[in-house]
Structure formats: C-alpha cells, structure tokens
Design a protein around this ligand. Structure first.
Ligand code: 5AD
Ligand code: SF4
Length: 475
C-alpha cells in the first residue's frame, strides 16, 4: 500500500491545535505525507470540537459537502477525530455516513493503524475508556503514546517562535453546561520533568514564547522528586529556560487561582501580563446552577489579587449568555462584573445545550434565541468599550511586541487612514505581553522575534505603531 497523503482540518480550542501537531507528527513518523491542500490528499481528517452545537453543525456540513468527491474517488478516506468522535461514537455514522474512521482525543497516537484499517475497507472506531472500570490504565497507556509524539514533534505551530505545551489533560470540574469532562476524560497533570524537557527542546528549536495548556491549567498538581508541584512551581522552573522570552498559561479556573500564582506575576518577569480566567456569569444564582463553585465577589477578589501583584495584567474572560433561567437581572450582574473586573477581552457564547451534560438534562433551554442574541451583542459591545479605553492608554508609549505574522490586510496608516503602506514595507502583526494586537510596518524577517514599537494610534481591538530601526532591534 502506498503511504497515505493526509490533510488535517482543525476546529476549536488551542488544545485541538496542539493535537493537530501531534497527529501530524504521528503520521509523519509512520511514513505518511502531509498535504497543505485538501484536494491533493487521499485521507481527510477533521479534528473536531463539541463544546457548542454550532461547532458540530459546521463539521457535519463540511463533511456532507464531500459527497460528490467521495463518489468520484471511492478510495478517499474521511476521518472524524477529537471531541465529537468521543461524544457520538459509532452513532456518528448515522448523521455522517461518509465518515470511514472515528478516533477520540486520547487515541490519536493510533491513527496510522486506523488509517490502514480504513483503507482495507473496515470502518474503525477508537474511543477513550473514559471514566470506566479499568479505564485509568488504558488511559495512561494512550497518554504515554501521545507523550512520545509530543517529545518528537518539531516546532511547527502556525506562528513561528510560538509553541503550546500541554500541562494538564482532561477535566474533572463538571461545569453543568460543559461536555469537556465527558469527552476528554479525567484531569491528569503531566510530569514536571516531561514538561520542562519539552519547553527546553522547543526553545532550542527557536521557540521564544511558550504557552502551557490545560482546561483548568491552574489546577496543575504533580508529585516528582519527592515534592509536590503546582502551576506556580512549574512556571518558575520553566522561566529559567535560557532564551525563552515569554511564558503564558491558559485557561484558569477562578476557584483555583491563589496567592502563589499571583506571586508568580509579581516575581517572574517572563510570565506574560495576561490572565485568561473565564467568569462565565456575574450572577451568583447562575454560577451555582453552572456548578462553577465561586461567587461573583470571589471572582473579583481574584482579579484584585492579580492586579495587586502586577497592575498591568489584562484580564480576559469567557461568558455564556442565555444560560437556562438567566433573567435580565442576572445578565445585568454579568455586565456589572465586566465593568468591575475591567475585562478587556472576552469570548462570549450563547448557551447551547450539550447532550449528556447536567444542564441539558436538568434545565430547559428557556431564554429565547432573540434575547440570547441581544445579550451577546450587549456584552461584546461593553467589552469593546473597555478594551478601547484601555488601548487608548498605550498611545505614545513604547511596547515590547512579539511578532507573530504578517498583518492579513492593510490596516490604518500613521495618519489613521486605511490604505497606503508606509515606507513601502510590509505590515507585521504581533502582541504585547498583555496580549494586545499591534500592527506596524517592518521587514518579514522579524516574524518570531521581539521588537520595541512606538504606539501611535489605537482602536478597540488593535494598537498601531512604528519601529524606527527595525534591523537593530532584532531579538
Ligand atoms: N454553551 C455555550 N458555551 C459553552 N462553553 C462551554 N460549554 C458551552 C455550552 N454548552 C464556553 C465556555 C467555555 C468556552 C470554551 O466555551 O464559556 O469557557
Ligand atoms: Fe468545561 Fe468547566 Fe472543565 Fe472548563 S473547567 S473544561 S468549562 S468543565
């Protein structure tokens, strides 16, 4: 059999982006070729997300659109991987009959074998032994296989100089609306030595910014070398890596945010001034039904704690609007929390009932779609207003920018008008340590490096600036 030529389409969170890199590595090691263009591939893999119904609908419709191609090319293999695979299992076939292969997040290391089976005309389904008898052992084996791929993977993320490293897999929080604990299994922290080796290796290959990942990364807990490690210990140790410029960590659960982590913001300068800590709601009644196990006041205490440790920390949050039973007063409490926390970035989602979750089983989805839309727009507008005010404070200041890529389209020039490029150069896009986007003219060779940029103008989502002597400031 010729080695397969594989194309991967990735949906969802950073954990999925990292999983896509692991899948690519596992496949490369098995001799497969990876195609940048889906038309060239004979195996199409979809790494899916189940967090909201909308994400699932997109996957079903993108796979459905392959019907004509599958008829023309009967040997084409379509694989559905990731959270939807675990969520629906063999039942997926009823809704997506074109799918040949189904593989859950914890079993991704087995993909080369699954592809061979699928090409032989079988229709393999590999699911996690999530939370079942005898599960932990099988889960540990599957994790080890993923770890082996993780330590081999080259630095290959979408933005040069930036890499993700998994710290915590799975989740045990069981927020009532959330499918993640059901599809990604119990919370397991990787060994500190494995994570620190991984960080050193990636930095050795040119990574300058590392982001540690976990659904609730600040619940990291490991025992190694006769001592306990929490996220504060891990960040401190990772920050010692020479040539590493920036260290970030997402996502944080407010309940587990403590003084020790706040102290890291005070003491470890490589840690970015950015705290992604989803509040989900500002109403205590809604938070209780969500099983978040904190109050709005406790959330604000955590924000105060981090701002005391480092005043310039940007707080980013996730919110769900239209959770069952959310009254106008509950929603106002959320708006109020955003104002008090001065959250300058937020991902706002309309509640979407997920099969198998406690909220879907217990509470009717009773906020009308139109009202969800209204609250969604109002909350985003408020966050944009705050972020506009915060961004304006940067005008006239010099900021350190990690250059991620070329700006996708012409942005405003120095005079604040869209259009003509300054100095005939290319526009670059990067981020401040507090995760604000900065656009400025500069040579493409700066991608993956840090430079100082003078901020000239701002908009709610972007800072516009310039560098005087780009060559001299190469990090
Ligand atoms: N409906 C809407 N949003 C959800 N999220 C998680 N589950 C749901 C759901 N059922 C949101 C939360 C979480 C983010 C990743 O997705 O805000 O923080
Ligand atoms: Fe889902 Fe809650 Fe776990 Fe986040 S902490 S992944 S919202 S269950």
């Amino acid at each position: 059999m010729e080695p397969p030529c594989v194309h991967i389409t990735t949906y969802g969170c950073q954990m999925n982006q990292l999983d896509a890199e692991l899948v690519a590595e596992v496949l490369r090691a098995s001799g497969a070729r990876l195609a940048a263009d889906a038309d060239e591939a004979d195996v199409l893999l979809f790494l899916t997300c189940s967090v909201r119904g909308h994400a699932e609908d997109r996957v079903f419709s993108n796979i459905g659109a392959l019907k004509a191609r599958k008829q023309r090319e009967p040997d084409l293999i379509i694989g559905l991987l990731g959270c939807m695979a675990q969520q629906y299992g063999p039942a997926l076939r009823r809704r997506a009959p074109l799918v040949d292969l189904v593989c859950a997040p914890g079993r991704l290391a087995e993909l080369p074998d699954l592809i061979v089976e699928a090409r032989r005309g079988r229709r393999p389904v590999a699911l996690d032994p999530v939370r079942t008898e005898g599960g932990p052992e099988t889960l540990a084996k599957a994790d080890e296989a993923l770890d082996r791929a993780e330590v081999r993977r080259p630095l290959c993320g979408s933005s040069p100089g930036q890499a993700y490293v998994v710290a915590v897999r799975g989740c045990d929080n069981f927020c009532s609306y959330c499918v993640v604990p059901h599809v990604r299994g119990p919370e397991r922290s990787r060994a500190p030595s494995a994570i620190l080796d991984e960080v050193r290796r990636l930095v050795g290959q040119g990574a300058r910014q590392i982001t540690l990942l976990g659904q609730a990364v600040n619940q990291y807990a490991a025992v190694e070398g006769g001592r306990r490690w929490d996220l504060a210990d891990l960040l401190q140790a990772a920050a010692e890596t020479p040539d590493l410029a920036r260290l970030a960590f997402i996502t944080n659960h407010p309940r587990a945010f403590d003084e020790r982590l706040a102290a890291v913001f005070r003491n470890v300068s490589k840690v970015c001034s950015y705290l992604h800590m989803p509040a989900q709601s500002g109403s205590d009644a809604v938070l209780a039904r969500m099983n978040r196990r904190y109050t709005a006041a406790e959330y604000l205490d955590r924000v105060a704690m981090v701002r005391q440790a480092r005043p310039d920390v940007a707080v980013a949050s996730d919110f769900i609007v239209g959770f069952p039973g959310e009254t106008p007063a509950d929603f106002e409490a959320t708006m109020d929390l955003v104002r008090r926390a001065r959250a300058s970035a937020a991902f706002v989602f309309k509640y979407s009932p997920r099969p198998g979750t406690m909220a879907a089983e217990r509470y009717p989805d009773d906020v009308p779609a139109e009202e969800k839309r209204r609250r969604h727009a109002a909350l985003l507008a408020l966050v944009e207003e705050i972020s506009g005010e915060e961004n304006a404070k940067f005008v006239g200041r010099r900021v350190r920018v990690f250059v991620e890529d070329l700006a996708p389209r012409p942005k405003l020039n120095e005079r604040g008008r869209p259009g003509d490029r300054l100095n005939g150069g290319v526009q670059l896009r990067g981020r401040t340590p507090c995760n604000r986007i900065v656009v400025f003219d500069g040579p493409p060779c700066l991608v993956g490096a840090e430079v100082d940029v003078e901020v000239k103008h701002s908009s709610p989502l972007t800072l516009f600036g310039s560098i005087e002597n780009p060559g001299a400031r190469r990090a």
